[in-house]
Design a protein around this ligand. Structure first.
Ligand SMILES: NC(=O)c1ccc[n+]([C@@H]2O[C@H](COP(=O)([O-])OP(=O)(O)OC[C@H]3O[C@@H](n4cnc5c(N)ncnc54)[C@H](OP(=O)(O)O)[C@@H]3O)[C@@H](O)[C@H]2O)c1
Length: 272
């Protein structure tokens, strides 16, 4: 089944599902996961400087004989590489690691106070020079995005944040969608920390889908790009088999009740 493409504000497109690569650090495990993902139809890969696997991704896509234009690569500037010069320099190393001369999407990994402005300017320059097709941010709240209107020449195409049935953030999704920012859901399976909710289980039975597939489908119904991580080939396959059913309004309403502000990763909420 063809994976839907979502159009970004700058006219580029992004596949609606991507393989999450956080905590995939072992190269044999990486290769197995990457091979399974390509066979299952994934063409979008979500890496980061901090994941220490950009070089594995670079080697893996080359080995599969994929055309560069056929895959979508995201990387992120690590918090310790913020500041204009560090961001620019570290991105050069990322391109070398990824064995490419551009990334499809380059994100600032976290709203690091003060220096995130200079890093954003570096991303704008990288994009203007052709090093990144699109630029965006991650873990930004509405306040962080609003203040960008005062200093950004280019507004972010994407905001990648933690989003799942148990952390629904409707105000942030509405704000981004109203401002032309595509939202990516990271940890869409809540990092595997709540796999026994009664409502999700009931919907899985109703649709003859797995618990994880209901979690992921919720993201699609909200119009999000979804980034499940797995190193298990059968799960990698199952996680992309979510485009052949829908959750109607009544089921989405039942799932809305499951929101419980469950953060499984870092929180940007109190970052000035
Ligand atoms: N920008 C950021 O700050 C940020 C932060 C966190 C995550 N992310 C991105 O989002 C991606 C996904 O988030 P995540 O890695 O935190 O967690 P996740 O995708 O929510 O959950 C991953 C966990 O669920 C398990 N799993 C995967 N598919 C499953 C299935 N079908 N059934 C049952 N269990 C399943 C995985 O196990 P196995 O691997 O053993 O199969 C793993 O333990 C990351 O890899 C990364 O690319 C970004």
């Amino acid at each position: 089944m063809a994976i839907p493409l979502i159009e970004l504000g700058n006219g580029q497109t992004i596949p609606q599902i991507g393989l999450g690569l956080w905590q995939v650090k072992d190269s044999a495990q990486f290769d197995q996961a990457f091979t399974a993902a390509v066979a299952a139809g994934y063409r979008h890969f979500d890496s980061a400087q901090a994941y220490q696997n950009e070089a594995m991704l670079g080697a893996a896509w080359q080995r599969q004989n994929l055309e560069r234009a056929d895959i979508f690569i995201t990387t992120k500037i690590a918090v310790e590489q913020f500041g204009h010069n560090r961001t620019t320099k570290s991105f050069g190393a990322s391109l070398t690691n990824l064995q490419t001369d551009y990334v499809d999407l380059l994100l600032l990994h976290f709203p690091v106070p003060v220096v995130r402005k200079a890093s954003w300017r570096a991303l704008e320059e990288i994009q203007a020079a052709g090093g990144a097709r699109s630029i965006g941010v991650s873990n930004y709240t509405i306040n962080h995005l609003e203040s960008m209107k005062n200093y950004a020449r280019v507004m972010p195409a994407v905001n990648q944040v933690e989003l799942h049935v148990f952390l629904q953030q409707p105000e942030l999704i509405d704000y981004c969608q109203a401002n032309g920012i595509v939202v990516e859901a990271y940890s869409p399976l809540a990092h595997g920390k709540n796999m026994a909710d009664a409502i999700v289980t009931k919907l899985a039975q109703k649709y003859q889908k797995s618990y994880a597939q209901i979690m992921l489908r919720w993201c699609l119904e909200r119009g999000l790009v979804v980034l499940p991580k797995s190193v298990t080939p059968s799960r990698i396959q199952a996680n992309i088999d979510i485009f052949d059913f829908q959750l109607p309004a009544e089921d989405m309403a039942a799932l809305a009740e499951r929101d419980q502000d469950l953060r499984t990763c870092w929180s940007p909420v109190h970052v000035p």
